[in-house]
Design a protein around this ligand. Structure first.
Ligand SMILES: [Zn+2]
Length: 410
């Protein structure tokens, strides 16, 4: 590992103008000055906005890229949901690494050679498509159904008897409601692409709807697809990037590195150890997680995480950090009197909100006060709960929008 890191730092100085300048500006004018991985916390962070700026100023790949475009084997792009789309190039060796990481992640989920897996991932341009090769690497028969065709998914479940289904948690919830108690024969449902799969009550509802166990995975487009995956112990997602990607945990407010120990929570920060095309150093993921370093009951010793939420979606209500997925989790405790679907409708734009925070919940109107009280007791902020009829909030085939600013003052 130390040799790999050293080589990667040399690569950044030699081939990435962005990192050469960034490191020099921070007082590190050579790989020697950067030193070993033990000193990594002294180096500057990389923010997503810097990558967008780098690409806008130095099209097409940006000055952070460490290759010429002719060396790229694949070029993905981000969905652009939080800004301008960003190109993410990979070399052949990077593609191999991503496939290996994906194979390890889905193997942890229990996928085995000879099994069939239905996926609703798009094949491109998004990085989730990179996971598709991972299924063949395991030896599975992969049944890509793609996005936007629920009947095709239901037909595939019925006619091809797959052991596994992989999709986003929002879409799994939507499909679960469509099943109306029909048996699927699935052993497992693998969910990823947004937070939610790790929420206990949400997971319980999915497991009941499908009669299958739910395993969560998590990746991050700029770093690697399908980077974390849950094992049969369902005790958090194991890291699958050892030797390829270095992980740190930081306090997002103070930006200080935190000790990796059981129960610690903070933001994940990633450093590529051998990425060729678009290597990143101390990349701020905006994923807020809780971690465990102790051995899992499955016997694996790799780092485990449970996602708490995205700091991108986070709202601050009178000094209290509010993650929309955590609100959904608390509301889900009232099932079956609620469906579990919620939407936060802030009264004004921006991160900072005044109490009470308006929350629309699908369910029984008699619960308004009880839900508001449960939110206050668990999440320490005051909510104004409004009940609406089941199935009246929008369902998404990809990611559910938990915050809707349509009622915000301009
Ligand atoms: Zn495990």
């Amino acid at each position: 590992m130390p040799v790999t890191y050293r080589r990667q730092i040399e690569r950044l100085f030699a081939h990435s103008a962005f990192y050469r300048e960034k490191l020099r500006a921070a007082g590190f004018d050579s790989p020697d000055a950067v030193g070993s991985i033990e000193n990594i916390a002294a180096l500057p962070f990389t923010e997503k906005d810097e990558l967008r700026k780098s690409q806008a100023e130095h099209p097409p790949l940006g000055s952070h890229a460490a290759i010429d475009i002719s060396q790229a084997a694949r070029i993905y792009s981000t969905s652009g949901t939080s800004g301008t789309p960003l190109y993410i190039p990979l070399t052949r060796s990077d593609v191999d690494d991503w496939r290996g990481i994906g194979r390890d992640t889905y193997s942890k989920n229990g996928l085995k050679a000879g099994e069939r897996v239905v996926t609703t991932y798009g094949a491109g341009p998004f990085v989730a498509g990179a996971s598709l090769a991972a299924f063949e690497a395991i030896g599975c028969a992969h049944i890509p159904v793609g996005v936007g065709n629920t009947q095709k998914v239901l037909d595939a479940l019925k006619q091809l008897s797959p052991q596994a289904l992989a999709c986003t948690p929002s879409y799994a919830m939507y499909l679960g409601e469509k099943l109306c108690g029909a048996r699927t024969g699935l052993d497992r449902v693998i969910v990823g692409g947004e937070p939610g799969g790790g929420e206990e009550t949400f997971r319980g509802k999915l497991e009941a709807a499908f009669g299958a166990r739910v395993y969560e995975i998590m990746g991050i487009g700029d770093v690697a697809a399908s980077l974390w995956g849950e094992c049969e112990a369902q005790a958090g997602m194991h890291f699958s990037g050892e030797g390829i990607i270095h992980v740190e945990l930081i306090d997002p407010d103070t930006e200080k590195a935190m000790e990796l120990k059981d129960g610690a929570s903070g933001e994940l920060v990633y450093t590529h150890l051998r990425r060729e095309a678009a290597p990143l150093l101390r990349f701020r993921s905006r994923d807020h997680v809780r971690i465990w370093v102790s051995a899992c009951s499955c016997g694996r010793t790799s780092l485990r995480v449970r996602c708490i939420g995205r700091t991108d979606d986070m709202l601050i209500v009178r000094g209290v950090n509010v993650f929309p997925s955590a609100v959904r989790e608390v509301v889900a405790r009232f099932q079956p009197s609620v469906t579990g679907a919620i939407q936060i409708r802030p009264k004004r734009r921006g991160v900072k909100q005044d109490p009470p925070l308006p929350i629309v919940v699908e369910g029984d109107a008699a619960l308004t006060e009880a839900i508001a009280k449960e939110i206050r007791n668990t999440l320490l902020f005051s909510a104004e709960v409004r009940l609406v009829k089941p199935q009246s909030l929008p369902r998404s085939e990809y990611k559910s929008k938990l915050v809707d600013y349509s009622e915000a003052a301009q």
